[in-house]
Design a protein around this ligand. Structure first.
Ligand code: SAM
Length: 210
């Protein structure tokens, strides 16, 4: 019962005591992973970059710092109203300046034009998608040909969560997501062990071939 409730809040935090606790947990526990993932994503100053399931907004803050060219633009999507509002508040100056645009929407249906995004990154997000193929196809649709997508995770932590049934079903397995990416037109799909500063984690890379 507790595991199911925690899993629901991790997958879509609500404005509630449980949702607030989860947001603090995400902020403390995942800050280093979000930061490391941004650093290995190869973001260029003029890129259009998209973060999926940004949660409280730590990765957005890191990525925005790298987009120093006038054309550099950051987009974030999250389907939790609470997380959308929390991130909007955290980076309100960046949103007001037009550098960052946040959408409250599902990864599987993003209000973005075809082939407009250079890079996509996301941490601890795909495990919660009910249909990995729909999500992967939508990411592929919005990416420019040759664009790079990077996913960050700590496999041992996720496997432990799955064993406790906090993570529903089998979608947490990297193989399931990598298969969905290949089936959606991504190539060079691979998972690598990474060491960045003090953190060890896994990164799934995929190139949007078109
Ligand atoms: C476990 S949290 C991770 C947040 C942050 N990336 C981190 O690593 O701390 C998962 C986030 O993804 C969002 N999310 C999950 N499934 C989603 C979907 N299908 N569409 C949009 N957002 C989604 C949730 O609302 C939540 O904010």
């Amino acid at each position: 019962m507790f595991a199911e409730k925690l899993g629901k809040q991790l997958g879509r935090p609500t404005r509630s005591v449980a949702g607030w606790l989860v947001s603090k947990f995400l902020t403390v526990r995942n800050a280093a992973l979000e930061e490391s993932l941004v650093q290995i994503s190869g973001i260029q100053p003029e890129d259009t970059v998209l973060e999926l399931g940004h949660g409280p907004g730590l990765g957005l803050q890191s990525a925005a710092k790298l987009l120093t060219a006038p054309t550099g633009h950051l987009i974030g999507v999250d389907y939790s109203v609470y997380m959308h509002q929390m991130a909007s508040e955290q980076i309100k100056e960046l949103v007001a300046s037009g550098k960052v645009t946040l959408h409250h929407c599902d990864v599987a249906a993003m209000p973005l034009v075809d082939s407009t995004v250079d890079r996509v990154f996301h941490c601890n997000c795909y495990y919660f998608w009910p249909d990995l193929k729909k999500g992967a196809s939508e990411i592929h649709r919005v990416m420019k040909p040759g664009g790079l997508m990077v996913t960050g995770l700590r496999l041992s932590h996720i496997a432990a969560f799955a064993a406790k049934r906090i993570m529903p079903g089998e979608n947490w397995r990297p193989e399931a997501y990598m298969t969905a990416l290949r089936d959606s037109g991504f190539t060079d799909v691979r998972m690598e062990d990474k060491q960045h500063t003090h953190l060890t984690f896994q990164a799934i890379y995929a190139t949007a071939s078109k």
